[in-house]
Ligand binder design. Structure first.
Ligand code: ZN
Ligand code: ZN
Length: 279
């Protein structure tokens, strides 16, 4: 397999993205935790990644964390379902897994027999079924990175979520008692704001494609297709002056003019999404 190409499972991505948004905005615990737990538990790992852009972003960490909390155990999900509900649930699960490029087309489960024996768990059909559940659990573990990566791609398009996510991280940085400049003088100024960074080529390219080569504020084309491609600048969605980080998920592209205008009022958070097409 060409390792430059990864598989996506958007069906799984939607589910994980939905949970992640749900947990993020909910003040009550969802699936047993609130967003603050994520920060408290992982901040030692996350803080050193806030000043230098990494391909594995803070958003990836969050998605992994959410995924770890969500119930994947089919047996407990199926516990309260009738056999016919089992059947539709299992087919739904199969569709999810097939979305990640795994072929389950030769799976043949005899739900009628399982219904007749009242899921005795010892006849041939039941044993087949139990083995199948084990197989699914193994596959789920295997395709976790696919679900996380696909979910990342969806949420990277959701600028208002990215803004809120990074504002929340910024709030935690403000509250951080420790002087991060002591441990990370290369990354943090006194007062826990990150230092400016040079942007690697992979990051510029990724953001340019995500934003379709269009300035997110004035929408001028910077691809060179419509007019001469202008240089673009990388902009912090939550500005450094407001404790925004250099994490890739806190960045977007701007044309030079808009970046200059924004510098004067750097507390301004502009969040726009560039549509693929309008109806
Ligand atoms: Zn049976
Ligand atoms: Zn512009």
């Amino acid at each position: 397999m060409n390792n430059k190409h990864v598989k996506f499972s958007y069906s799984q991505a939607i589910q994980l993205a939905n949970w992640s948004i749900d947990i993020f905005y909910n003040e009550e615990a969802v699936h047993g935790f609130i967003f603050k737990d994520f920060w408290e538990e992982l901040k030692e790992e996350i803080i050193p990644r806030l000043f230098k852009p990494h391909k594995k972003t803070i958003l990836h960490y969050y998605l992994e964390y959410v995924d770890g909390f969500v119930e994947h155990d089919l047996r407990s999900t199926l516990k309260n379902l009738s056999i016919s509900e089992y059947e539709s649930y299992i087919y739904y699960e199969i569709k999810f897994i097939e979305g990640a490029g795994i072929d389950l087309s030769d799976v043949d489960l005899d739900f009628e027999a399982i219904s007749n024996c009242n899921h005795c768990k010892s006849c041939i059909s039941c044993i087949q079924f139990e083995n199948f559940i084990d197989t699914i659990h193994g596959i789920q573990e295997e395709i976790k990175p696919i679900a996380i990566n696909s979910s990342f791609h969806l949420l990277m398009l959701n600028k208002s979520f990215l803004r809120d996510f990074h504002e929340e991280i910024a709030n935690h940085l403000v509250d951080e008692k420790e002087d991060l400049n002591v441990d990370y003088p290369e990354g943090f100024k006194k007062g826990n704001k990150v230092k400016r960074n040079r942007w690697p080529a992979w990051l510029k390219k990724g953001l340019f494609y995500r934003d379709n080569g269009v300035c997110v504020v004035c929408r001028c084309d910077m691809t060179g297709v419509i007019n001469r491609g202008g240089d673009f600048e990388i902009d912090h969605i939550v500005p450094i002056s407001n404790y925004g980080s250099n994490d890739p998920s806190n960045l977007q592209i701007l044309c030079k003019d808009c970046n200059l205008k924004k510098l004067n009022k750097s507390s301004l958070i502009s969040v726009y999404s560039v549509p693929l097409w309008n109806i």
